[in-house]
Ligand binder design. Structure first.
Ligand code: MTE
Ligand code: HPA
Ligand code: MOS
Length: 753
């Protein structure tokens, strides 16, 4: 397929692309700031707003008492107030919303509020929450076969513990919205959200109005990474409450510190595993208990916990599996979606288990990995039978194309020669399921207008957040209509044009919305074919639209796209179409924890090579070499960009990014000076991405498989490559599975006795 550049690239590099904060403000616009809890747990005794209210320029301070509808924003479980009432459950929990004539005044006012809180005990870790019985909901458990009986037949049984820390989304554009009063009490909100319908629905609920009174528009996001799937909502609701009350436009853009403090992150997980292998190193049984640190409210935690279970065996077939996940309620900001959605946390544990098994048996981790790779018709612990499996294909292709045997020899030679520097290599296979794990969410709509001059406007429920979904939608429309890309425009994502959308998430956006675009375009083409066949006096069956022209029996005619559109208009043929697509074949029964939740899986293998400086504990990622199953990529440039970005994000999570809360629940890594994200120096020096040649999957848009999240998990390879290098230097090093593997921890490992 002819590929094109990201349609936003020119606008982005020239600074012309619009984000929420770039919208020209209306006269009389007011500005909001949140007053949030300074304590992680307690009862509010008293709040004094008097000084803050009397500051000149302060228009009103909103609290839960000003809510006309419900003070409730919980999506999956109704356990989260918009503004705290009597109790606070985390530092950063919104209590009040100050609206003033400028942001500076609102902030000044915030500093004048005083609060007295009767403090209660604070829980910050999942383990502590479990000990105290503090949970979000009931645990979930998946079972395949019988682990208890199969352990007794195992030659090797290895147990261990793992920890993987949270991760800050650090979208370049912070959370924000602009809410404007329209006539008759209607409100239009421009929001930086992945879920326009969630914003619309929650605003309506809190304001006590119908959804049709609320219009949500999304231009694009300066990154979301899951952090704006659920957590873009509260800010929009606050602004909307203020608009409802004041009938003035209200803008609310969080500054970076407020955003870091008040929003949730990737869930930290504490897990314990037990893995059993046969004499031949076949994994016979795997048990794992995941403790998810959910934070103070459910947010998306139950869905994320579920996906952890779905990916607990990563790319391996294991006949006997018992997994359980507890969503543990702690006094931290509610943790939320982050690229991979609990999948990476699950995969880190099985990779750790295999690493530990390999160490205790005394073989290479790679041998166990390779022997247990998923094969055609293998059953996942959730009952889905794996088909069109490309796992071994990816693995072997990575080994052969990147000549891993030679790489390993070179590394061994290097390690023999060098004392200060040691290199390590790892293999990281990935298998990631595509579809929202919640089956009812897997549908989407598109609305297409052909204007009478032949130009086309495309609206979908997809939100552009840098992943280039708009470019892909444009490609689908242009290919299906047979017209040049310049004739197609992607509209903003707007709830009045495309309603009841699922969030842009689960990597499934291009599939779901793209299939709807495809259907709508096909309906339009069918109508235009009738028009063209009359004009040319030929059968409909021989007509094709291509290159802005009409073709008959593959021969170009002189009939243009524009002429057919003009004629259709004249004949009063509808030039607009709305189409709906729902993923077929998927289902899941939560009472049995079995089903076929995914339309298909994405596969791949990464080989990571690192060099550790054994004097300093620092390291460099020399290379990551990936064979990835794109299916038939519809835009290899964009898809490769997704791989590179996700990989570096995954490496950051595994190596550098260290979220830190103290025992009072206060975020210590609350600025970019104390939270290290990968920069160009910590990115791999080379990234090679080799597309696997496959037929693609019919459920993927134009057979081009979803790509947004899966490659993040290649980053897990960095952890194990560094660990291998540390072991080279210090044979006494005891394997630890405590991510991120920061230079500090590496140094400790290099010199432990
Ligand atoms: N790429 C960029 N540049 N910015 C983002 O915010 N989000 C990721 C991924 N790639 C993201 C991104 C996440 S978490 C998901 S779920 C997918 O994009 C969502 O988009 P898709 O469904 O179109 O792949
Ligand atoms: N992935 C991402 N986001 C989601 C999902 C999922 O499976 N389910 C609900 N939100
Ligand atoms: Mo992505 S974590 O599904 O927004």
């Amino acid at each position: 397929m002819k590929t094109i550049k990201n349609i936003d690239s020119f606008g982005h590099v020239r600074g012309e692309s619009l984000f929420v904060d770039d919208i020209p403000t209306l006269q009389g616009t007011l500005y909001g700031v949140t007053f949030d809890s300074p304590k992680a747990h307690g009862t509010i005794k008293n709040i004094d707003y008097s000084k803050a209210e009397s500051l000149e320029g302060v228009v009103k301070i909103f609290t839960y008492k000003d809510i006309l509808g419900e003070n409730q924003i919980g999506g999956i479980i109704p356990d989260e107030p918009l503004w705290a009432e009597d109790e606070v459950h985390f530092i950063g929990q919104p209590i009040a919303f100050i609206v003033a004539t400028s942001e500076a005044i609102a902030k000044k006012s915030r500093a004048l509020i005083t609060i007295e809180i009767d403090e209660k005990p604070v829980i910050t870790t999942a383990k502590e929450a479990k000990e105290k019985g503090s949970f979000i909901n009931a645990p979930r458990s998946f079972k395949l076969g019988n682990t208890t009986s199969s352990f007794s037949n195992c030659e090797y049984i290895i147990e261990g513990e793992t920890f993987s820390n949270g991760q800050e989304h650090l979208y370049l554009e912070t959370q924000g919205c602009y809410a404007v009063p329209m006539e008759n009490g209607n409100i239009k909100i421009t929001s930086s959200t992945q879920g326009p319908t969630s914003v619309q629905k929650t605003v309506a609920k809190v304001l006590g109005v119908s959804m049709h009174k609320i219009e949500v528009d999304v231009i694009r996001l300066g990154g979301g990474f899951g952090g704006k799937e659920d957590q873009a909502t509260p800010w929009a609701v606050m602004a909307a409450v203020a608009v409802q009350n004041l009938k003035k436009p209200v803008k609310y853009i969080l500054n970076r510190h407020d955003d870091l403090r008040m929003t949730g992150k990737r869930h930290p997980y504490e897990s314990t595993f037990k893995i059993g292998l046969s004499k031949e190193y076949k994994i016979q049984a795997f048990e794992v208990e995941f403790l998810q640190n959910s934070g103070a409210a459910a947010d998306l935690s139950p869905a994320i916990a579920e996906r952890t279970l779905f990916h607990a065996t990563n790319s391996y077939f294991i006949p006997n599996v018992t997994t359980i996940v507890h969503s543990c309620k702690t006094n931290l900001p509610p943790n939320t979606a982050f690229r991979g959605f609990g999948g990476p946390q699950g995969m880190f544990v099985i990779e750790s288990a295999i690493a530990k098994a390999a160490e205790e048996i005394g073989i290479d981790k790679k041998e166990i990995q390779e022997l247990n790779l998923l094969q055609e018709n293998d059953e996942f612990s959730y009952g889905q039978i794996a088909t069109q499996v490309e796992m071994e294909n990816c693995w072997t292709s990575a080994k052969n194309n990147f000549n891993s045997a030679k790489l390993e020899e070179e590394i061994a030679a290097f390690n023999n020669k060098n004392t200060q520097y040691k290199k390590g290599l790892s293999f990281m296979p990935i298998t990631f399921g595509i579809s929202f794990t919640n089956t009812p969410m897997n549908h989407a709509r598109a609305l297409i207008h052909i204007y009478q001059d032949g130009s086309v406007g495309v609206s979908t429920g997809a939100v552009e957040m840098g992943q280039s979904v708009n470019t892909k939608m444009l490609q689908v429309a242009s290919v299906t209509l047979g017209i040049s890309t310049t004739k197609v425009k992607l509209e903003t994502t707007n709830t009045t044009r495309v309603a009841n959308t699922s969030p842009t998430a689960a990597s499934a956006t291009a599939d779901l919305n793209g299939k709807a675009v495809l259907k709508a375009c096909n309906s339009l083409i069918d109508r235009l074919t009738t028009v063209a066949s009359t004009l040319l006096a030929v059968d409909k069956g021989v007509i094709q639209f291509k290159n802005d022209m009409v073709y008959v029996n593959q021969q170009q005619t002189s009939l243009t796209w524009e002429k057919v559109v003009e004629q259709a208009m004249f004949e009063r043929v509808a030039l607009s179409e709305n189409a709906h697509y729902a993923t077929p074949i998927i289902h899941f029964d939560k009472t049995k924890e079995k089903g076929h939740p995914f339309a298909y899986h994405v596969y791949g293998t990464a080989i990571t090579v690192v060099t550790v400086d054994c004097l300093r504990g620092t390291y460099e990622i020399d290379a990551v070499k990936i064979v990835h199953d794109f299916g038939k990529s519809m835009n290899i440039g964009i898809d490769t960009g997704q791989i590179e970005g996700a990989l570096v994000q995954g490496i950051g999570w595994m190596t550098l990014e260290e979220i830190s809360y103290n025992e009072h629940g206060q975020l210590l890594s609350n600025a970019l000076s104390t939270y290290k994200v990968p920069d160009v120096f910590s990115a791999p020096k080379t990234i090679e991405v080799l597309p696997l040649e496959t037929l693609g999957n019919e459920h993927a848009i134009l057979k081009s498989k979803a790509v947004g999240e899966p490659p993040l998990m290649y980053g897990i390879g960095a952890y194990f490559a560094i660990q291998n290098a540390v072991k080279e230097f210090n044979p006494n090093y005891q394997l630890k599975f405590d991510a991120p593997f920061t230079p500090e921890k590496v140094l400790m490992g290099l010199y432990e006795e």
